[in-house]
Write a protein that binds this ligand. Structure first.
Ligand code: SF4
Length: 197
């Protein structure tokens, strides 16, 4: 697992290093002040895996939903599931973050859902748009150039989803031959620890 800890107030800043799937969930959470169950699970367990404690998770989600959901409603309808993910309810299993294979192969998003893997689940136009505006946090040139975007599009079209994701990380770190990304936390850690200035 991952070293370090993250407070609820640090998530926005950390999101600069998120892979496309989690950057999308974070953006939608901020836009809509809500995520459906599939998104809360995928994003919540990811945040846990990168160091958000149960106490901080309860603060993070309550604040994130506060434009739409009262404190009371939050306690009634959402707090249990968060505690459950941290092994504090039900079977008391502390659940790990989903790996890429699980995100890619199970529980395909329906309309209104924001979970899933963008390389697999987004339509071509939406994927291209997301790649075109992805900020490379470690790079002097903050955006992918059009040739790079089309390379990633081509990999996704050939079902090489994780290779496309890895290539994005390589562009971000200005490095070749990284090991294939197998879970979103790995992408985050490697992006965050890039030695590039
Ligand atoms: Fe997220 Fe994995 Fe897809 Fe990358 S390959 S966007 S980390 S699910």
């Amino acid at each position: 697992s991952v070293s370090g800890s993250l407070s609820s107030g640090e998530v926005d800043k950390a999101s600069a290093h998120f892979p496309l799937c989690m950057a999308h969930l974070h953006k939608k959470l901020r836009e809509e002040s809500h995520l459906k169950h599939g998104g809360r699970m995928q994003y919540g367990l990811f945040l846990k895996s990168i160091g958000l404690s149960l106490e901080e998770a309860l603060v993070f989600w309550r604040q994130a939903f506060s434009r739409k959901i009262t404190d009371d409603g939050f306690q009634k309808n959402y707090a249990y599931n968060i505690r459950h993910n941290y092994g504090q309810e039900g079977k008391r299993v502390s659940y790990p973050g989903y790996n890429c294979l699980k995100i890619i192969t199970s529980n395909s998003p329906s309309a209104g859902d924001h979970h899933g893997c963008p390389f697999k689940h987004f339509g071509a136009d939406s994927l291209r748009e997301n790649l075109s505006r992805y900020r490379l946090p470690n790079s002097l040139s903050p955006l992918l150039n059009p040739v790079q975007v089309e390379e990633l599009m081509g990999l996704a079209q050939k079902n090489h989803f994780q290779i496309a994701c890895t290539r994005l990380l390589e562009y971000s770190r200005n490095e070749d031959n990284l090991e294939t990304v197998i879970n979103p936390a790995q992408f985050y850690e490697l992006s965050k620890t890039s030695t590039l200035k």
